[in-house]
Design a protein around this ligand. Structure first.
Ligand SMILES: [Zn+2]
Ligand SMILES: [Zn+2]
Length: 296
């Protein structure tokens, strides 16, 4: 079975390792295909995104590594592009000049568009407006964001998150939907929603249906495990079952920020795919997507 990953961060954005350290580790851990996906809010900047001026440097470095290690591993260039209404979007058109192999579209910022005057959490060293918070951030930021932007209403914050995901999926041209239910990351501590409530089930079902119509691929992201934030994949097995029912293709991604984390959780991702009923997963190679049977 081809071992692949398309979601990796390096010290070009908020990762801890260099791209080359990641490649060496990927070879050691027997990945066949390994992709990079620096955080990009292009053309805006923030402390955890690739600086807009460094997009070419980053792309050139990945192209250099692609060539240098071509006999050992197939490398791919990508971006994890944020969706922030009217600010930045995961649209291939925006990234053409960098010639990426793929784009991951992710919602990190939750924005209350109904009440734009409300302040969320200050985004340091950033062009991003303040009426937001990052759902993927530390517990304090998520709590403050829900309190200030949504008057403490976790249901409203969650529904806003999923509405943004659906809007992103239908509006833009990209390949992989990133960490679909990342809002679970801080729910262990904050308990701002209940995954078993009917409204939550309605949200994930509506989101799955929207993705099915778009033809996009969903990642099974195991990045929470190595970082100790969630000992499970995004999305959950329950969400994966909905995706399976609608024949939505999936791929497996690490979201590693450190070379020692690149396959921590890979086996659980395969296990969750099987539990949800998947027998095939997708991988990208030589310019296009392929399907393969899961073998364990
Ligand atoms: Zn992300
Ligand atoms: Zn990521």
């Amino acid at each position: 079975m081809i071992k692949s990953n398309y979601h990796t961060h390096t010290n070009f954005c908020d990762g801890k390792s260099t791209a080359e350290e990641m490649v060496k580790s990927a070879i050691e851990k027997k990945f066949d295909i390994f992709g990079f996906s620096s955080h990009s809010a292009y053309p805006y900047k923030s402390s955890w995104h690739l600086n807009p001026e460094k997009h070419f440097e980053y792309s050139k470095e990945i192209q250099r590594l692609k060539e240098f290690y071509k006999n050992d591993i197939e490398l791919c260039l990508g971006f994890e592009s944020d969706y922030f209404p009217l600010i930045c979007s995961p649209d291939k058109q925006r990234f053409l000049e960098f010639e990426p192999d793929f784009i991951i579209g992710s919602v990190h910022f939750v924005v209350n568009l109904d009440e734009p005057e409300k302040k969320g959490f200050p985004q340091e060293d950033s062009d991003i407006p303040v009426n937001c918070f990052s759902i993927d951030s530390v517990t304090e930021e998520v709590q403050q964001g829900i309190d200030l932007l949504f008057d403490g209403d976790g249901k409203k914050a969650s529904q806003t998150y999923f509405a943004l995901v659906r809007e992103m999926v239908t509006s833009f041209d990209f390949d992989i939907v990133g960490h679909l239910d990342i809002l679970r990351k801080r729910n262990n501590q904050l308990k701002f929603f209940d995954e078993n409530s009917q409204w939550y089930k309605n949200e994930i079902e509506a989101t799955a249906k929207t993705i099915a119509q778009s033809g996009k691929i969903v990642e099974i992201n195991y990045g929470g495990i190595a970082r100790g934030s969630l000992m499970d994949t995004y999305p959950s097995v329950e969400f994966l079952k909905l995706l399976r029912k609608l024949d939505i293709p999936v791929t497996i991604n690490s979201d590693a920020h450190n070379f020692s984390h690149i396959d921590t959780g890979y086996d659980l991702a395969i296990k969750n795919a099987i539990t949800a009923g998947f027998s095939e997963i997708q991988y990208f190679s030589k310019g296009k997507w392929h399907s393969q049977k899961i073998e364990v």
